[in-house]
Ligand binder design. Sequence first.
Ligand SMILES: [Zn+2]
Length: 426
Amino acid sequence: MTDKRRAVVLILDGLRRDFVTPELMPRLSALRERATWCAQHGSVFPSVTRVVSSSVATGCRPARHGLAGNTIALVDNGALALFDAGKPEFITEKQRLTGEALAMPTLAERLAPVGGVVIFNNVSPGAAYLHDPLGHGHVYHRAGSFGPGREPVAAGQALRIAGDLDGDAALVARFTSEAIEDGKPALALAWLGHPDTTQHDYPLGSPENHEALRRADAHVGTVIDAVDAARARGEEILLLVGSDHGHQTVSGVVDIAAELIAAGLKEAPESTDVVVAPNGTAALIYVDPQYERRVAPLAAFLAERSWVGRLITPDEFSAFGIPAGGGLAFAVSMAADDEAVNEYGVPGLSLAAKPAGGKADRLGCGQHGGLGRYEQSPVLVLDGPGFAAGAVAAEPSSAIDLAPTLLAFLGHDADGLDGRSLQFRP
Ligand SMILES: [Zn+2]
């Protein structure tokens, strides 16, 4: 029987759990009534899309899949250099410098011999390709669509959409038709760009944010209807609808590199002695081993800063799932106020690290990356065999639990992953 089973996953990037209300998201709210709702679902750290994508793909925390951030430093030509994991060429660069894309096998690899994986994705190219960096299945993305062996799909099959709300709608139409109704892979996964993209550009709770939530909810409805139609034809399908992280409102922006330079702890903006990798409301701070003597004064300096919410040192990396090595000396979750509200009454304010490369700083709009309550409160709803209708799972769950849950449903071994299959939780 298990070979007739298949799974459908829909991720709404950046959706906070408290935004799922009958008024804003009627279809997702109605799904709760017939499905299991994960009331304590969390993200990983840092709570950024490329890292969570890698955790969904591998069932492991960053410490084991090896991607520490959306922006990271790698040693290139003997010196630390910043890399943006969202760029389409990132995986090739990471393979060149570290010898591997991700350090654990992906769902695309595990399921390739047993029904395969088809992914439609409308976030950054790097996040899309991290689901299947070695080309075991199909990944459709506006920056390039690939089949097995990372061979580009036929030109007529490429995903020619924009990253806007209409792009998500076009993606869902193709996903529903090609991956749910016709293709029937073991795992069909769609990852929408909104509400995340909208929330980075507009305040949380704004009319623009609400419009993005309503449109995302309509996409949930389209996918539910396609799954229900397939079930009515006798198919056994597990449907997961969720998100990768939530958002907090950016209440201030801190130029960490500039502060370190002013304190005499980093030589210059482009110097490679100490390198700051901003990750939204989190940051990774790297120290070149030749400058080991900077570590102690950096620790003392960071411990005193009011903008540091949680300073994580290497002795705690394992507990937080952060990869050790590569010069990574500190991780910072920026200071957050989970009770304070923004101009629309939406709770959860955080400071953000000033982005690298002149990117917009998102002041007053949504951001994520850290350990704030709402960025760490994404959504997970599980609908299908093994999950009780109307149940609320009060046990903590997180992004690492999706892969073992999917593998368990499809009848495959999921031993040795960081996550656990949610079917067997009390
Ligand atoms: Zn995201």
